[in-house]
Design a protein around this ligand. Sequence first.
Ligand code: GLU
Length: 283
Amino acid sequence: MSGFTTRFAPSPTGLLHRGHAYSALTAFTAARAVGGRFILRIEDIDTTRCRPAFEAALLDDLTWLGLSWVQPVQRQSEHMADYHSALQTLCDRGLAYRCFRTRREVAQDVASAPHDRAIAFRSAPLPAKEEADRLARGEAFAWRLSLDAAKVTLGGFKDLVFEEEGSGPEGQRGRIPVDPDYLSDIILARKDVGVAYHLAVTVDDARQGVTHVVRGEDLFEATHIQRLLQALLNLPTPIYRHHALLRGADGVRLAKRHNAETLQSLRAAGVKPETLRRDLGFD
Ligand code: GLU
């Protein structure tokens, strides 16, 4: 077995569609081609949107599609302690701050500064007195990354690069420098669920020994942020293979709203897994 390890990481917030099948097959086939490992990671930290029924459906769909993965299946909800410890590391290094703003307040800030995304998503720690008062009142807060502190810690972002073996949305390939325009004071831990997507993914890719991240080009910007978190947490950087997204008959990229394209509906219509695999360019 080679050291190659990749993963498919769906969130059980809806039914899988052909686009997910394409992504899962791309990762699975890449692992199989080199005798590597294929991990299925259920990204279920958003307890407000994830449903056990969707998890059951996706396991069933992927098995139907002919995929198999390292057992047992990995669930992010079982690793909250790992995310908290990474958050603690960032806090200890002065790289995170509490943000009490509501979603609506953040949206208003963004709307009022439409020309500069990086600034639009910047916030700042509150003065100590105000923060203490709000904590004393029991107000909920999220943890945000301080990009200013990150910049100081790393001496700027110019040394941050990642290897792209697939292609970004504009054909980017090879050694890609992290683009500061994609960086912001991202949320590390949400008010409601105590962690957030980028931190959990970054921790898991390292924890699970993922050497190759194979995923859709819609996550290309996310890679820039995750590369920054890897640097701040001293974690290894996988190689990335972003792939183009499948489009529906309407030319719009597939999303959970394309009900007719869900694997469940294709199966109900009598489509065979080998037919779907062939249609998607596998076998
Ligand atoms: N859970 C994410 C999604 O469903 C994928 C995360 C990733 O591949 O890094 O979009």
